[in-house]
Design a protein around this ligand. Structure first.
Ligand code: PLP
Length: 429
């Protein structure tokens, strides 16, 4: 299928089966178009997102069906843009990661209302990106693409490579050339093509947009560009899982990292859906966004009281969050303000400190993005913004083994000869 950037109204009926997904709808003007590999509104160039038909769902039946489903994201298939038989197709089946009750960290931070870490390092390629790629893969299948591609800050490249390998797609992915070794190896090992671009993520993204309009990119499904509306829905599963794991209860506060901001906006969408479907009680919740100071376009706009986000040139160790021009930035500002949350940032030194804090208290080794959320949580509590008496969920979206450089210098306590004498001399007993 030829790749279009803008939807055309000439095709009126959906010819694809993506379950409850009914159409694409513009987030700005509400204009609706049939499901297809398009991402921008033909009327106003606003971003398209999935509109669903959830009519006919009975709350109790739906809850039972979900609870009887597989221990991965496909338990929520009735709420996702995927065919009903999705669990039978080759996919990495991510999700249903641990919600860790973090009592030690809570004690350290003074949280009394219950603190949980949603640990997405347990996904197949060790980051939350497996959730979004799993959706994009099903859309790519439905639209007849044979090559999967993406612009990536690192984790996405690995997730696409692995999903393509498993499902028998070709993959060709693009990253900034200077990423961490762990991310490069993780993206390359699955055998797809991995192209380093001399530039930052925003340059990579611009290049991919050009490639989509060129014959060279014809027939390619770019998971976060022309398949973005489908891809983005994968983040809703984080919201579903957190609520189900809390016993079908909304958290009071949730701290989410921001790269493009897509994940944060879809967590809000997921929580709203659960409320509308009656699966959780309708009560207020607050969403907090977390960035690294070296790439903090959204928190800067939040603090200045702006509605628009001014692009920045990223310079931070939190490379997976280093998007200087975040597409969903304005929507993030809106959600943080509407829910009574906030957007905050921490320095690279605080990121490292937070990685070590989480590891030392809970035995979870987070990548820099997890250091960002834990660090921001600590800062927001200290500043009296986050209420420690409320149930709080902090996301860890990636694995520390991919960003070892961040904690370089952490190592041997002592080096000794293999003798008790030498051990005693080291002063450890
Ligand atoms: C991609 C990514 C995010 C968030 O991405 P959004 O673009 O904001 O959806 C968060 N954490 C990690 C580790 C990531 O790789």
């Amino acid at each position: 299928m030829a790749v279009q950037t803008v939807a055309s109204t000439t095709d009126t009926a959906n010819s694809v089966d993506l379950g409850p997904a009914a159409a694409l709808s513009c987030r700005e003007c509400g204009h609706r178009v049939p499901l297809g590999p398009v991402f921008a509104c033909e009327e106003c160039f606003g971003p398209l997102e999935i509109a669903y038909d959830f009519s006919g769902y009975d709350t109790e039946e739906l809850r039972k069906r979900i609870e009887a489903g597989p221990a991965n994201i496909w338990r929520y298939a009735p709420l996702l843009p995927v065919p009903a038989d999705v669990a039978t197709k080759p996919n990495l089946n991510p999700g249903w990661t641990k919600l860790v009750q973090a009592d030690n960290l809570a004690r350290e931070l003074g949280v009394t209302g219950g603190l949980y870490v949603k640990d997405d390092s347990g996904n197949p390629t060790h980051s939350f990106k497996d959730r979004v790629v799993a959706q994009a893969l099903e859309a790519a299948r439905a639209f007849g693409f044979t090559t999967l591609s993406c612009s990536s800050t690192g984790n996405l490249a690995g997730a696409v490579g692995a999903a393509a390998a498993r499902a028998g797609f070709r993959s060709c992915v693009f990253i900034p050339h200077d990423l961490e070794q762990g991310k490069i190896v993780m993206a390359a090992v699955y055998g797809g093509e991995l192209v380093g671009i001399e530039g930052n993520y925003d340059d990579v993204n611009r290049f991919c947009s050009e490639l989509i309009g060129d014959p060279a990119g014809e027939g390619w499904g770019f998971v976060n560009v022309n398949l973005r509306p489908y891809y983005a829905e994968g983040s809703k599963t984080l919201a579903y899982e957190v609520c189900e794991q809390l016993g079908w209860r909304l958290p009071d506060q949730i701290v989410v990292p921001i790269a493009s901001g897509s994940q944060l906006t879809k967590i809000d969408k997921g929580l709203q859906e659960l409320i509308k479907l009656g699966l959780v009680e309708d009560k207020p919740y607050k969403i907090f966004g977390a960035q690294a100071e070296g790439c903090s376009p959204v928190s800067t706009a939040y603090k200045a009281g702006h509605d628009v986000v001014r692009p920045q040139k990223p310079d931070t160790i939190a490379k997976s969050l280093a998007i200087g021009n975040p597409a969903d930035g304005p929507y993030v500002l809106d959600i943080a303000r509407r829910t009574g949350g906030a957007v905050e940032d921490v320095t690279d030194a605080q990121v490292v400190e937070a990685i070590k804090l989480l590891a030392r208290t809970e035995g979870i080794f987070a990548e820099t993005a997890g250091g960002v959320t834990v660090g921001v949580t600590k800062k927001l509590i200290e500043d009296g913004v986050l209420d420690p008496s409320l149930t709080t969920v902090v996301l860890n979206t990636g694995d520390g083994l991919k960003t070892l450089d961040a904690v370089a210098g952490t190592g041997l306590t002592a080096t000794i000869r293999p003798s008790l004498e030498s051990f005693r001399e080291a002063g450890l007993v």
